[in-house]
Write a new protein. Sequence first.
Length: 193
Amino acid sequence: KIELPRGFQLLATLKDSIDPDVKKTAIYAQKRGLSEGTQWRFRIGTCNLGRFRRRLIIPSFDGSGNLNYFVGRSVDFNNFPKYMNAKVPKKQVIFNEIDIDWQQPLVLVEGPLDLVKCSMNATCLLGSHIDETYNLFQKIILNNTPVVLALDPDAMKKTQKIAKLFYQWDISVKVAKIPADSDVGDMSPLEFV
């Protein structure tokens, strides 16, 4: 059973916090272009204690509304590891399935900080790989959901490999053209659209 880190709080509820760790996380969220509305939509939070202190935490919920994963991104440049995630195999996770409409085209991006820039029907791969063993892949096939691949420009070979795999299963695939000098997480939601 997955649980959010001890002390998890929704970042949007902490606007007036004087805690320096919370303030640093809020500043980081602002620099990444995460509006208050985006923070609410993606249920983004933070912790002010323990090993997830000073991390932007993005939780994921399955189709029934149960927590199935979370990503904790350090807000400090020199903090290692940069990411601390739930201990669940990624191939089992459909990130924020609760928000997915399987009857509409589904945009696939690499990570949660890319996903938060998508205002359309979208989820993330938690990386740049997917194959037939992934629950997400199986659900796309089951629903015959059209796919739009929006991986970073440096992952073009992986994008082509994923597109070919979906084509083999008769899934409609489009590839979003992301400018060579950026990635989805660096774009504004309007630029991404």
